[in-house]
Design a protein around this ligand. Structure first.
Ligand code: GSF
Length: 223
């Protein structure tokens, strides 16, 4: 097997999704910290590996792959001994893909980055209530996605859970999901927390993210 290196930052949700996948597959890898706040992702060596200058980035011997939603299927396809985390059955895979795209396009960029970018990179100290309301809209949908299943794309754990849980537990910093309104989300997050590798791969980074956001002492402004 190739030498795997993950470039990222523990506070970054998509980095944590890849850490969960690497741990679930029990793959040996090196982790290289890319400090975004210090601009390390814009240095020439990093840009050569990932011209889009995002984390996470996976290096597998001589190839570089970025975007967590491309990295996770690659890791399962190349290294897993079963297809459970990313099923080959076309319908099941389509459901997983839909959740991955929902995280990528809507939950992470549309909702979470709209909250974090102004606070972390643009010096904002006030967040509009409408952006918090958007978090509740995500919760409404995720509660529906879960239905009667234990996992977000069906009865089994998949990379869709890894993708969505890291964003969800970062959204939680802005709006705690009400267990009466969102019992399935709360139970699902508890269930994932029981994975033996969860704390190391996601819990630690989520706590770093939470203190980073809270250190901004922002207020919420009604529209
Ligand atoms: C998103 C990566 C991303 O925006 C993925 O890998 O899933 N769809 C991509 N990463 C942020 C850090 S974070 O918010 O997790 C990043 O690298 N931002 C720096 C930049 O220059 O975009």
């Amino acid at each position: 097997m190739g030498k795997l290196t993950l470039y990222g930052l523990e506070a970054s949700p998509p980095t944590r999704s890849c850490l969960l996948t690497l741990k679930a597959l029990e793959l040996p890898f090196d982790f290289v910290v890319v400090n975004l706040l210090a601009g390390e992702h814009l240095l020439p060596d990093y840009l050569e590996k990932n011209p889009q200058h995002t984390v996470p980035l996976l290096e597998d011997d001589e190839v570089c792959i970025w975007d967590s939603h491309a990295i996770m299927p690659y890791l399962v396809g190349k290294y897993a001994t079963t297809d459970a985390l990313y099923p080959k059955d076309l319908y099941q895979r389509a459901v997983v893909d839909q959740r991955l795209h929902y995280d990528s396009g809507s939950m992470f960029v549309g909702t979470m980055r709209a909250l974090t970018r102004p606070l972390l990179f643009l010096g904002a100290t006030v967040i509009e209530q409408s952006k918090i309301d958007a978090v509740a809209e995500v919760y409404d949908l995720v509660e529906t996605f879960l239905g009667d299943n234990d996992y977000i794309a069906g009865t089994e754990l998949t990379i869709a859970d890894f993708s969505c849980v890291t964003t969800m537990c970062s959204l939680k910093v802005f709006l705690e999901p009400d267990p009466n309104k969102y019992p399935k989300i709360v139970a699902w997050m508890e269930r994932l927390r029981e994975l033996p590798y969860y704390e190391k791969a996601n819990g630690v980074g989520a706590a770093i993210f939470e203190s980073l956001i809270k250190s901004k002492n922002f207020t919420i402004e009604s529209n």
